[in-house]
Design a protein around this ligand. Structure first.
Ligand code: TRP
Length: 347
């Protein structure tokens, strides 16, 4: 059995970084027909671990994230989309798994360390936030998922999950499945930089192109992008590495885009060579990138607008997905409790 589970925290709309880093891949995996089950979780409870006083933000983004998924091609007939908080079994599993993990082990998690620093928690770390890697192990194991497509920053969570699985299976009984992470297949896609060249797109830095952005927003954002700061005149030698515009082209451009929008070049290598030797202006490069992004995002935006007309139906899909997921998690929890010998009333 090949079972996929993955998810996102609903703290904002999804952007191009999510799209190249995970959504595109998920859709390909879904359409390959190679997997027995695909679960995509909207991790609202995880989002609340550092948003206890910001419930509305999390609530309001549930439908947005579901719309982003479906507009990119996630098909609720092929993949089960559900809301984490609606599956109480996940929190029961978390409670038992907490006994298998030490405080010092959680403190060593580099992603959590980094997030604690970025959020400026200092000594005031919410306990729920501190322990979210353990709840993530529950998310994954409840569905006996063996494949977890995620970004690099999630590797420590997968490592923690595997350790929990091994301890559980050794102490009690072979019930849980060890998952593998599946990373994006190339470096550009693992981390798309922000429009300003910052390491990644992030809502708080205001350097994102969102899947829901209008054609005009996309155009303005592409025009505002950072390029090579040393390329002051068209005839100057340009640098294509560490140049956000060329990094985006690496992520999105295919040879056929040249035929369609810029027939002067046959492929990206030719265009890069021209930029390096001088004589190719940033305006031309940005115009080309804009055409490519418009072309990629237009069908997504149009589908999103159509689906957004019936938010009731979106919640209906989420409710059905949550019911189906709950049934699976119930089954795993029953096996877990039985393995632990705490199924006292079961005949
Ligand atoms: N931590 C993930 C994120 O940062 C979301 C998430 C929660 C997740 N539970 C998961 C991802 C289980 C993969 C598997 O967005």
């Amino acid at each position: 059995m090949d079972i996929i589970l993955t998810g996102d925290r609903p703290t904002g709309r999804l952007h191009l970084g999510h799209y190249v880093g995970s959504l595109k891949r998920r859709v390909e995996m879904q359409n390959s027909g190679k997997y027995d089950k695909i679960y995509i979780m909207i991790a609202d409870a995880q989002a609340l671990t550092d948003n206890a006083d910001n419930i509305d933000k999390v609530r309001n983004n549930i439908a947005e994230v579901a719309l982003d998924y479906m507009s990119c091609g996630i098909d609720p007939k092929k993949a089960t989309i559900f809301i984490q908080s609606q599956i109480p079994e996940l929190f029961e599993l978390t409670a038992y798994y907490m006994n298998l993990v030490t405080v010092s082990r959680v403190q060593r998690n580099p992603t959590v360390k980094n997030e604690i620093q970025m959020r400026g928690f200092k000594q005031s770390i919410p306990v729920g936030f501190f322990t979210y890697p353990i709840s993530q192990a529950a998310d994954i194991t409840a569905f006996k998922a063996n494949i977890v497509p995620v970004g690099e920053d999630q590797l420590p969570m997968l490592e923690q999950t595997r350790e929990i699985v091994r301890s559980f299976n050794t102490i009690y009984k072979e019930v849980l499945v060890e998952p593998q992470a599946v990373l994006p297949d190339n470096a550009v896609c693992s981390r798309l930089p922000g429009l300003d060249g910052a390491a990644k797109m992030s809502k708080s830095l205001g350097n994102c192109i969102y899947l829901a952005d209008s054609a005009n927003d996309i155009k303005k954002k592409v025009q505002s992008m950072f390029t090579d700061q040393t390329h002051l005149h068209i005839e100057d030698h340009g640098h294509t590495e560490n140049n956000p515009v060329f990094i985006y082209l690496d992520a999105f451009c295919k040879d056929e885009h040249f035929a369609a929008f810029l027939p002067t070049y046959a492929n990206l290598d030719e265009m890069k060579a021209h930029y390096r030797r001088g004589g190719l202006g940033d305006g031309t490069v940005k115009k080309f990138l804009n055409e490519i992004l418009q072309n990629e995002l237009k069908p997504i935006r149009e589908r999103r607008e159509m689906l957004a007309q019936d938010v009731g139906e979106v919640f209906n899909i989420l409710r059905q997905g949550s019911l189906a997921s709950k049934a699976v998690a119930e089954q795993t929890l029953a096996e877990v409790k039985s393995a632990m010998g705490i199924n006292y009333f079961k005949k």
